[in-house]
Design a protein around this ligand. Structure first.
Ligand code: GAL
Length: 734
């Protein structure tokens, strides 16, 4: 009996082992048509959601909304500079908890694509590469360069090992079915010459040597080596040719919208056009496509790239910045996904035939085991067209694809939006005191213009901003003083002119402590009349970065900061101060003291102010507030302020800037979806503040005693800052 029981246990555990080992390991390969998971060809809808662009409390809902929208795969980049802030020091907490994010995706029953990069572009500061790497002697990014390759390989290996320890790769039973190395290298390879070519081969081989057991992709890398799949990024991908006949067509970045810069109007891409792009891709033999972005989110803190990329990374994506589904885009795409999924087997296993239905009308027909699927496209940008297909008349709207899962009935046409529109409002809510009578108690700390404490550097030249700050802060003070004899002023009373040139991104000029002028741009030429006095005058120039360049060949060498400072309009002509003795200070007192941190541990004396100063430069404001009512997503309405940064309970909300977009930005309220899309085709908000609302995640609030801190660079009115709750008034979230 005991022996039998032993046998039974043994065989049960053998069965369990068998079952378990079958269940735990997924075999992911590919052929010319698609990815093959456990022997089955797969047609996959993927969605980019970048974990640090939201907060862990939002992740489960974002992933669930993607799943409800018919998405199979969540794709994310890995953000190297967020994870390795200094060499060998790793960070995976909070918004950077990659494993937690990956497990949420897995637990939702979805696949994952890990775009390790670790160069990512992504409108992310410095393209995701840590700024410190630029200062490792001899380093040149993204070419055949030993220091770059060795740091990149060790970070890539670190990430791979971390995911392996958690058994997250499909080969280990996990859900990561693909990984990406590098990003859009093809376009820049020739710029780097032989170094570029050998680097891309090296990167591919380094990736393959990681033995993750699932395929690697490289995007826009036309000679990706065997076993590495080349993919496409663009607004349309139907002309895309795989790099070789035995590789499938994948689309890593299908852009449902676009990002925004401070000072430009908001880009939009209509649902009809994004649906058209997706349907065309599958019509033309694609088998995996990824929306970049499906949820764009927020560039919190100083993470946005640039320069000048807004803190919002909404992207006009199917899920908006705040985590609400955007209708009708989200639901139109959901219906599209359902229609495409009806065709999956026939598309992937069938034979395909092309049939011209007119000069701009095309049918692609797929047949397999007695089943037939057809995609009928009208690529005419203006005219609808009646066509006959298999003796049936079909009206094809201009710039549309009809999907016929049985070669007869149209279940979906990309130009016919059937789903509801959502209407969302930003409902203003005044800041309220945490407790008591309700009067807000503000506190203020004002920075003095110019170098504070001991200078970090004194030089008889204007230094590069980024080389000096190493991006530890946006701010660098350049200060010098000079003597003016009373006789040098012009007798007619005209003011001298200060002329400042800079490589960007923004500058404020103070003379003897008073703000005189400010300017911003990719290159700056500021000219402003200034008031000087007889005797010693101090010029203090605050140079500011607004996000570092995130892409392009040799992008890491682009500098910022002042290149020339002159004064004209004096009796003896002018003064060239460029070679004067300049004293430099990196960052602000408030930053060094971390006065925005929640613990309040610092030496700075805040001054209580029942009526805080307005239009005053270089001012820190602090106020204790109650959380906004209800549970809708929350933003700060910053239109009464000019430019600076904001924090809640020590968490960095990001840079704000009430820069207005030009009225000449060519906005349109009625965007014509027909015809090729470009980011400038459908903008809204010309002549308005480019970003007015700043997302503050609900999970950052406490039940009471919430501390808001603002640093205002130029001058604003903090008493008119409000919260705004994002309320859906029609088209409830699905
Ligand atoms: C692509 C790049 C992405 C992102 C996108 C624009 O070229 O690969 O990382 O920058 O452009 O949003």
């Amino acid at each position: 009996m005991a022996k039998n029981a032993g046998l039974l246990i043994l065989s049960l555990s053998f069965l369990f082992f068998l079952f378990f080992s079958v269940a735990v390991s997924r075999n992911v390969t590919f052929d010319h048509r698609s990815l093959i998971i456990d022997g089955q060809r797969k047609l996959l809808i993927s969605a980019s959601i970048h974990y640090p662009r939201s907060v862990p409390a939002m992740w489960p809902d974002l992933v669930a909304a993607a799943k409800r929208g018919g998405v199979d795969v969540i794709e994310t980049y890995v953000f190297w500079n967020g994870h390795e802030p200094s060499p060998g020091q790793y960070y995976f907490e909070d918004r950077f908890d990659l494993v937690r994010f990956a497990k949420i995706v897995r637990d939702a029953g979805m696949y994952m694509i890990l775009r390790i990069g670790p160069f990512v572009a992504a409108e992310w500061n410095y393209g995701g590469v840590p700024v410190w790497l630029h200062y490792v002697p001899g380093t040149v990014f993204r070419t055949d360069n030993e220091p770059f390759k060795s740091h990149m390989a060790s970070f890539t290996t670190f990430i791979v090992q971390m995911m392996k320890r958690e058994n997250l790769f499909a080969s280990q039973g996990g859900h990561i079915i693909l990984a990406q190395i590098e990003n859009e290298y093809g376009d820049i390879e020739s710029v780097y010459g032989d170094g570029g070519r050998s680097y891309s081969r090296w990167a591919a081989n380094m990736a393959l040597s990681q033995n993750i057991g699932v395929p690697w992709i490289m995007c826009q890398q036309y000679d990706a080596p065997d076993n590495v799949i080349n993919t496409c990024n663009s607004f349309y991908c139907d002309q895309f040719k795989p790099s070789s006949a035995n590789k499938p067509k994948f689309w890593t970045e299908n852009w449902p919208g676009w990002f925004q810069n401070f000072g430009t109007a908001k880009p939009h891409r209509p649902p009809e056009d994004i649906a058209f792009a997706v349907a065309r891709f599958f019509q033309k033999g694609g088998s995996l496509q990824n929306y970049y972005m499906y949820h764009g989110g927020t560039n919190f803190g100083r993470t946005s790239g640039g320069p000048f990329i807004t803190t919002s990374y909404d992207y006009d994506a199917p899920i908006d910045e705040y985590g609400l589904v955007r209708l009708p885009k989200w639901s139109h795409l959901k219906e599209l996904h359902e229609a495409i999924k009806l065709c999956e087997q026939t598309l992937l296993y069938g034979t395909s035939k092309f049939l011209s239905l007119g000069s701009h009308q095309e049918a692609d027909i797929f047949e397999h085991s007695g089943k037939c699927v057809a995609f009928l496209a009208n690529v005419d940008e203006r005219n609808d067209k009646l066509v006959i297909f298999r003796n049936v008349r079909y009206n094809l709207p201009a710039w549309s694809v009809s999907i016929l899962p049985d070669c007869k009935n149209v279940v979906f046409n990309t130009a016919k939006v059937r789903s509801q529109n959502s209407r969302v409002e930003m409902v203003p809510e005044n800041l309220k005191a945490s407790a008591g009578s309700g009067k807000l108690s503000w506190q203020v700390y004002t920075e003095k213009a110019g170098v504070w404490g001991a200078p970090d550097l004194i030089k008889n030249e204007l230094v590069d901003h980024i080389n000096t700050t190493k991006d530890t802060t946006d701010y660098l003070w350049y200060t010098t003083s000079f003597y003016i004899d009373g006789n040098e002023f012009l007798s007619n009373g005209s003011l001298p002119i200060l002329m400042v040139e800079s490589k960007g991104h923004a500058v404020q000029a103070f003379v003897n402590g008073q703000l005189q002028a400010n300017s911003s741009g990719y290159t700056i030429k500021l000219e402003a009349p200034i008031t000087l006095r007889a005797g010693v005058n101090e010029i203090a120039l605050l140079s500011m970065t607004v996000g570092l360049q995130n892409a392009g060949p040799f992008y890491e060498w682009l500098g910022a900061g002042l290149t020339s400072v002159k004064i004209s309009g004096l009796r003896n002509g002018g003064l060239d101060l460029s070679g004067a003795a300049w004293a430099y200070k990196i960052g602000l007192v408030g930053e060094h003291q971390n006065i925005f941190k929640a613990d309040g541990n610092h030496d700075v004396r805040w001054t209580p102010a029942s009526d805080p100063p307005k239009n005053q430069p270089l001012t820190w404001y602090k106020v204790e507030v109650a959380p906004p009512q209800g549970n809708e997503p929350v933003a700060l309405d910053m239109q009464s302020m000019w430019k600076g940064q904001a924090w809640l309970n020590g968490k960095a909300i990001g840079r704000y800037w009430s820069l207005t977009s030009s009225v000449y930005n060519k906005c349109t309220q009625n965007c014509d979806y027909r015809g090729p899309f470009s980011p400038d085709k459908c903008r809204t908000g010309c002549g308005e503040i480019s970003q007015r609302w700043y997302h503050v995640p609900r999970s950052w609030f406490q039940p009471s005693g919430n501390t808001l801190v603002f640093f205002e660079e130029k001058g604003g009115d903090p008493t008119r800052i409000t919260f705004a709750r994002r309320r859906v008034t029609a088209g409830a979230p699905a």
